[in-house]
Ligand binder design. Structure first.
Ligand SMILES: [Zn+2]
Length: 256
């Protein structure tokens, strides 16, 4: 049941900065083995399949702070790597207004094949990356990078950048304080448009909190992530927030 292709990709592992950017929803591609899940092209390219622009954002941020990027190569419709296997939302039969026929009525063997083919190798690959850093006594900060759709169930969202956290609020607090100090052309909010009660902090808990690594989840509205003129100021703003927060919390500064 192991997929032919590994679900995890790591870029810039040798980069000197402290931040490991993780993008669980980087891709809209389905593993060949799963076909189209019964979806048409429009659905397969929409925000239900992936976080539009999130990988570009993660790469831009990694470039700005000399960090590392770790991402999942397949669509979250195959398996949502920001959810544990026991969560029903790990493999969804419906997302926003779309039915996903290929995910409905799965038997335990089919679910377990996705867990073994996608979730476990991604989880273990990320854990191994963090352990290699720990073994080399490298300072590490975990930042998960996501995007959200400007209109959800017909309602426009005002928030542009969400800073999300679970029980470890250190990095989020410091970033929000930094945002306040910088003043902002962006609408920045704590735990919006999602909160830990929505089940979105799995990676933070599993990989950050369990290891005592400072961690935060960044959610950016995807209309701001168009490469170039739109994306550049977002990258600059968030990397300033991060650099300021890391020097204030004593996490190794990566300011150049
Ligand atoms: Zn996401």
């Amino acid at each position: 049941v192991v997929l032919r292709e590994s679900p995890i990709a790591i870029e810039r592992e040798g980069a000197p900065g402290a931040v490991v950017f993780v993008c669980e929803h980087a891709s809209c591609r389905l593993p060949e083995e799963l076909g189209t899940l019964g979806l048409d092209d429009r659905a397969l390219r929409s925000h239900i399949a992936w976080d539009i622009g999130a990988l570009d954002l993660a790469r831009g941020l990694a470039d700005a702070v000399d960090g590392t990027v770790c991402y999942q190569r397949f669509s979250r419709l195959a398996y949502d790597c920001n959810r544990p296997p026991e969560a029903s939302s790990a493999i969804v039969g419906r997302s926003e207004t779309y039915d996903i026929p290929g995910n409905q009525g799965l038997d335990p063997a089919q679910r377990s094949a996705r867990v073994k083919g996608i979730y476990l190798p991604f989880r273990d690959g990320l854990a191994a990356l963090l352990e290699r850093r720990q073994a080399a006594a490298r300072a590490t900060v975990l930042v998960t990078v996501h995007s959200f759709t400007p209109v959800y169930f017909g309602t426009p969202r005002q928030v542009e950048i969400g800073i999300l956290h679970d029980s470890d609020t250190r990095l989020a607090d410091a970033m929000l304080a930094e945002a306040q100090q910088m003043g902002s052309s962006f609408v920045v909010r704590r735990n919006e448009p999602y909160a830990p009660t929505d089940g979105v902090t799995h990676t933070l808990v599993e990989h950050g909190i369990k290891r005592g690594i400072p961690n935060v989840m960044i959610e950016v509205r995807n209309d701001l992530l168009v490469k170039g003129a739109m994306l550049d100021p977002v990258v600059e703003y968030i990397s300033n927030m991060l650099n300021g927060a890391m020097s204030n919390t004593g996490s190794s500064s990566v300011r150049r």
